[in-house]
Design a protein around this ligand. Structure first.
Ligand SMILES: Nc1ncnc2c1ncn2[C@@H]1O[C@H](COP(=O)(O)OP(=O)(O)O)[C@@H](O)[C@H]1O
Ligand SMILES: CC(=O)OP(=O)(O)O
Ligand SMILES: [Mg+2]
Length: 402
């Protein structure tokens, strides 16, 4: 008999465009990962707010970090790391795991970060300008703080690697496809978490054809068959697919040619328009936050919500067509998990697919929310941080890097 391996702690960072989500997990000798604290730094660049909860949901911190917020992510990350390390349990920190949005063609599995990996990730910044700089920044700040701490990069794009070529291709000349101008897909850690947990949540449908709607500030949908990604709405960048908080979603490329030629827009202006000024914010002229739009009586806000629901319903049907049918629909992420009216409106549009929601269950939003006899519709909370911790712990154990 080998002695049980000692406990290890893992720090997880999920750095987004305007927020950093973080968690600390503890791994016990039986390889179980338990979250011991989780928090977020939101509103970066406007009015940073810091909040942390413990394992039982108790509040450990709720502070305004507005006066240290210059919009730059590195100093905020340094403060965050100081806060976390002061409260780490006795368990030694074995590694840090990061969500990295774009893995390009090279990274199709989690990898240990090396100086070369950092350079490779930096070269992918143009493909994910809203996320990748923050992801790389988080890796650099941690490397400066903990010189010898192994860091593992886990990619949003990796889970979609299983897709057939036809789902990953654009109808472009072959030489451009061969240069990497193809569809990658994102939110893979979220879809992987859902796919892994479906067997325990709904074993009778877990191996079937499931459309997962990850609706948050960034939104995409994924067609899962036998637990693998076979198609998804985001493509080369995190712009394709449904409209999002501030992103346009799919748009006729002719519009872009028009904007360049007739309105004289340059690449930076176009990027800012499509990533930051469009989507729910652009249509409503009010906010990127679905909660604000649902509470507003402005017709433009109502139009933004309607456009969002219409486009999500259309993509659900499109992904069902990709799989030759659909056995279940799953809602997840900020809007998917928490917005009863948005789920109801999307599902109303899909009555023809055999979907009828149970209004009481939809209000409760816990597991199955459809009526008996309907195509099953579920709400499943996602947990990208757990998935990152799992990959990080597995890679550390495999390589014995800690
Ligand atoms: N109760 C709610 N009703 C409607 N929308 C909500 C609710 N709670 C959160 N949201 C939406 O979820 C979004 C954040 O989702 P999240 O998955 O955390 O996004 P991201 O990770 O992309 O930042 C917010 O912008 C907000 O619009
Ligand atoms: C890829 C992406 O859109 O991520 P997020 O939802 O965190 O913005
Ligand atoms: Mg997210």
């Amino acid at each position: 008999m080998f002695p049980p391996s000692p406990k290890q702690a893992f720090l997880v960072l999920n750095s987004g465009s305007s927020s950093i989500k973080f968690s600390v997990f503890e791994k016990t000798s039986d390889d179980v990962l338990t979250m011991i604290l989780t928090g977020q730094l939101t509103g970066i660049g406007t009015d940073a707010q810091f909040s942390v909860k413990g394992a039982k949901g108790e509040t450990l911190a709720k502070e305004s970090w507005a006066e240290r917020d210059t919009g730059a992510i590195a100093p905020l990350l340094q403060s965050l790391i100081v806060w976390i390390t002061d409260r780490l349990p006795d368990t030694p920190l074995a590694a840090a795991g990061h969500r990295v949005v774009h893995g390009g063609r090279r990274f199709v599995h989690p990898v240990q970060v090396t100086p070369q990996v950092i350079l490779d990730l930096e070269s992918l910044i143009p493909l994910a300008p809203l996320h990748q700089p923050q992801n790389v920044s988080a890796i650099r700040v941690l490397a400066e703080t903990f010189h010898d701490l192994p860091q593992i990069a886990c990619f949003d794009t990796a889970f979609h690697h299983s897709q057939p070529r036809r789902a990953r291709s654009y109808a472009l000349p072959r030489e451009l496809t061969d240069r990497g101008l193809h569809r990658y897909g994102f939110h893979g850690l979220s879809y992987e978490y859902i796919a892994r947990h479906m067997p325990s949540i709904a074993p009778e449908i877990a191996e079937g054809r499931i459309v997962v709607a990850h609706l948050g500030n960034g939104s995409s949908l994924c067609a899962l068959h036998r637990g693998e990604s076979v198609d998804t709405t985001m493509g080369f960048s995190a712009l394709e697919g449904v409209p999002m908080g501030t992103r346009s979603g799919s748009i006729d490329p002719g519009v872009l040619i028009y904007l360049i030629r007739e309105l004289g827009m340059g690449a930076d202006e176009l990027e800012h328009l499509l990533y930051q000024r469009s989507g729910l914010l652009g249509v409503s002229g009010l906010s990127n936050d679905m909660r604000v739009l649902l509470e507003s009586d402005s017709p433009d806000a109502a139009e933004a919500v309607d456009l969002f629901c219409f486009r999500v319903a259309k993509e659900i049907a499109a992904l069902a067509a990709s799989m030759g049918g659909i056995d279940a629909l799953v809602f997840t992420a900020g809007i998917g998990e928490h917005s009863e009216p948005v789920r109801a409106r999307i599902c109303e549009r899909l009555a023809w697919l055999g979907i009828t929601l149970d209004a009481t269950a939809n209000a409760r939003a816990d597991g199955l929310i459809s009526q008996p006899g309907s195509l099953p519709v579920l709400v499943v909370p996602t947990n990208e941080e757990y998935m990152i911790a799992r990959h990080t712990a597995d890679l550390v154990a495999l390589k014995n890097v800690a």
